[in-house]
Design a protein around this ligand. Structure first.
Ligand SMILES: C[S@@+](CC[C@H](N)C(=O)[O-])C[C@H]1O[C@@H](n2cnc3c(N)ncnc32)[C@H](O)[C@@H]1O
Length: 446
């Protein structure tokens, strides 16, 4: 960044922060001091016993959760630990506006708690629904008797898909087998059985594909091991049947496939605790990563449909509709110098400041709705990771805490669960602000 630009940013910043002019290196000292001040105000503390609970590593082998590796998920133990910590019990109503693979809802069901979730991605919503339903013995029997169809080649198999890379995803015989299973599932009359069979199929798509999820999209597997679709399906179905035998409990779960900012269209109130992890403001595009499941599962049939899903999702990546306006301008003060700084810094994409603005105003809109719907004395717990751009840490946890406070919540504390592993390369870029690149739980009380 050239000298003039630095001075210009400093000038703009000094409107909000008069002492700034005295600082030479505002990146490491101004922002560091500001963040530190807010950390003190919000009772930030470290508790690394949450470290492994804010990701999926401890979840992937648990019954039900293990059906599909949902890498953005957290652990059901996190929900149990937080409920215990806040002394919430069986009569609680839990709400998760970003239900994802259903971790919060499954944990709530295990505890006999009423739970409501919203999830915009139809694939995730399907998974969360099939994981939280109860299945009768008769339904389990039908599943146990399900036989994969006889293999026969199908012509023009790619024609119905608009997805441009469809022909590169699978061995042709494996793809034909996927389509044959789909056709057979279509004939099933019991909708819950149908859903579970379909879930089993969705759960093996990556396994039988040449591709895998990697970073912000799909990547060709370096070593491809050919696995037969029918074998993988039978194996997965058996695993699922064995798990659903143990999940029959009173079901007080509701899942809605929609944008959580449309919460006003639903009867969701008297919330005791909202606990959720929104997409982080880190440019990760969920629709890219779950492309195979969305298209092969026929949740999206055209690029037009995909575009409208992207538009409706929280603005956390650059494929989102950045022109989208929300009615709310964020009340965060600490965000102002961050956006100013980024607007005047060379970034790998100059739309990043716009994305961050939209992200925080949408989160503010959500927090307003949650505040209205939470019982007095109730809680809102946000599990979130911070990000960094242009050498600056963007402390999503602090910014959301500030917004929540402005809306009337009491910020009880920010619990830091995990810090970014400090590599010398990252440290060189970001200096001591590396401390703020972390994953945290923000605990609000109404
Ligand atoms: C970090 S993940 C949540 C993971 C979840 N806690 C779990 O353990 O499975 C965030 C989720 O928010 C969803 N999402 C994004 N924008 C949304 C919106 N506007 N309304 C509802 N869900 C949304 C994404 O599809 C994604 O599944």
């Amino acid at each position: 960044m050239i000298e003039d630009e630095i001075n210009e940013v400093k000038e703009q910043l000094s409107l909000f922060y008069p002492n700034l002019k005295a600082k030479e290196d505002y990146k490491t000292s101004f922002f560091y001091d500001e963040y530190k001040k807010l950390d003190v105000e919000f009772n930030t503390r470290y508790d690394f016993s949450y470290q492994f609970l804010v990701n999926f590593s401890r979840t992937k082998n648990l019954p039900v959760h293990r059906w599909f590796y949902y890498q953005e998920g957290y652990s059901p133990e996190l929900i149990k630990k937080v409920l215990k910590y806040l002394n919430l019990n069986g009569s609680t109503h839990l709400f998760d506006p970003f239900a994802g693979s259903g971790t919060s809802l499954i944990a709530a069901k295990e505890l006999g708690i009423k739970a409501t979730g919203i999830e915009i991605n139809p694939f995730c919503c399907h998974m969360a629904t099939s994981k939280t339903q109860n299945y009768t013995e008769e339904e389990i029997q039908i599943l146990e008797n399900f036989e994969v169809p006889i293999y026969k080649p199908i012509n023009n198999i790619f024609e119905k898909y608009q997805l441009s890379i469809i022909e590169n995803l699978f061995e042709i015989e494996n793809f034909q087998k996927i389509e044959l299973i789909k056709k057979k599932i279509e004939l099933e009359k019991n909708s819950k059985v149908k859903n579970i069979l379909f879930t089993s199929l969705l759960c093996i798509l990556q396994q039988v594909s040449y591709y895998k999820k990697a970073g912000n999209g799909l990547k060709k597997k370096r070593i491809y091991k050919s696995i037969d679709t029918f074998d993988a399906f039978k194996f997965k179905l058996n695993e699922i049947i064995s798990d659903i035998k143990s999940i029959n409990r009173e079901n007080k779960t509701q899942i809605i496939n929609d944008n959580c900012l449309n919460i006003n269209n639903y009867d969701i109130d008297e919330i005791d605790i909202s606990i959720f992890s929104p997409p982080y403001a880190n440019c990760f595009d969920y629709y890219e990563v779950y492309k195979i499941e969305l298209w092969i599962g026929e949740f999206v049939k055209s690029y037009e449909e995909l575009r409208s899903l992207r538009k409706a999702a929280l603005t956390s990546n650059l494929n989102a509709d950045l022109k989208k306006k929300t009615d709310i301008v964020t009340t965060s003060q600490v965000l102002i110098p961050i956006i100013d700084y980024l607007n005047n810094t060379k970034l790998w994409d100059n739309k990043i400041p716009k994305m961050l603005n939209a992200y925080f105003s949408e989160m503010e809109q959500l927090l307003i709705s949650l505040f209205e719907r939470t019982k007095k004395g109730g809680y809102c717990v946000v599990v979130v990771g911070n990000s960094s751009y242009g050498g600056l840490a963007v402390p999503t946890d602090i910014i959301l805490a500030e917004i929540g406070k402005n809306l009337g919540f009491t910020v009880l504390e920010i619990i830091v669960a995990r810090r970014n592993e400090t590599s010398s390369q990252q440290y060189a870029k970001i200096g001591n602000l590396i401390e703020f690149v972390r994953e945290s739980l923000i605990i609000f009380r109404k």
